[in-house]
Design a binder for this molecule. Structure first.
Ligand code: HH2
Length: 264
């Protein structure tokens, strides 16, 4: 899944895709590089990010989705926590709602998702973006994230979302310290055992810098991002959400070729 943020302030690609031509050509480029999904976001959720109004978010994402749909047939996902934005995005052609709040932001999130009939990513987050990195604490992060995602998946199904439409995501960096991110990445098998396809997003995230203090800029974090992608592939996650589609596809192709050689 290629990331396409149409925001002025996303931590890595904020401000890069302000014109619709830039959005469309980035989409075409990511698809040429191997993206199977394009994830469009109109609100940065980086730690400390300021919220965006519903109208502003719709104004950002709807034209971008239309531009992407005109430029390529690849399915589009909408990265939002607001039901009204998801509704507008699906009307514009998105077919997956990527919700960092696992359909718990608004009272009508769940019912909106069921009515839209779209696919959905339920992501784990502890707290909310403005404050989530202040002092995140868990007794057993793997057990707690797994239990929360299972609970949200059950709630979604009970609320009318089709089981086959649900993806789960541990939410790397969302209310998690380095040790929490690493514990989750080390035990992705526990999430996979829930029986839903797993999405993993760690592209260029801040925790990589804690392991490589020289990687001050998001663009310095490709190596760490690829290490996470390969850990995901080993655990059989279904999708990785990345900025660097070409390098990710290459890393996955080489890893798969080595695996094939080992078995054959
Ligand atoms: N991470 C970000 C945003 N949305 N969605 C899912 N399912 N999983 C993630 O890990 C995830 C996500 C944050 O990254 P990014 O979109 O690159 O930055 P920003 O939130 O600053 O726009």
């Amino acid at each position: 899944m290629g990331i396409l943020n149409v925001t002025p302030d996303s931590f890595s690609d904020g401000g890069r895709f302000q014109s619709l031509d830039a959005v469309a050509s980035r989409a075409v480029e990511m698809v040429a590089h191997g993206a199977d999904w394009l994830d469009i976001g109109g609100e940065s959720t980086r730690p400390g990010a300021a919220p965006v109004s519903q109208a502003e978010e719709i104004d950002r994402v709807v034209p971008a989705i239309e531009a992407v749909r005109d430029a390529c047939p690849t399915p589009v996902s909408i990265d939002t926590r607001k039901p009204a934005v998801a509704r507008a995005a699906v009307a514009a052609g998105a077919s997956l709602w990527n919700d960092i709040t696992a359909l718990s932001e608004a009272p009508d999130s769940l019912e909106t998702c069921a009515a839209l009939g779209c696919q959905v990513v339920l992501m784990h987050m502890k707290g909310e973006p403005r404050t989530m990195q202040m002092a995140p604490a868990y007794d057993d992060v793997v057990a707690e994230v797994t239990a929360m995602l299972e609970t949200r998946a059950r709630a979604a199904i009970a609320g009318g979302v089709a089981r086959e439409a649900i993806w789960l995501d541990p939410g790397i960096g969302f209310g998690k310290r380095l040790e929490h991110n690493l514990a989750l990445l080390a035990r992705l098998d526990r999430l996979c055992a829930l029986g839903f396809p797993i999405v993993l997003g760690a592209s260029r995230k801040g925790f990589i810098r804690e392991l490589d203090p020289g990687a001050r800029e998001p663009l310095d974090r490709l190596g760490g991002s690829l290490a996470v992608v390969l850990a995901g592939a080993r655990a059989d996650v279904a999708m990785v959400r990345v900025h660097d589609v070409r390098q990710t596809a290459q890393a996955l192709a080489v890893a798969a070729a080595i695996e094939a050689a080992a078995h054959g």
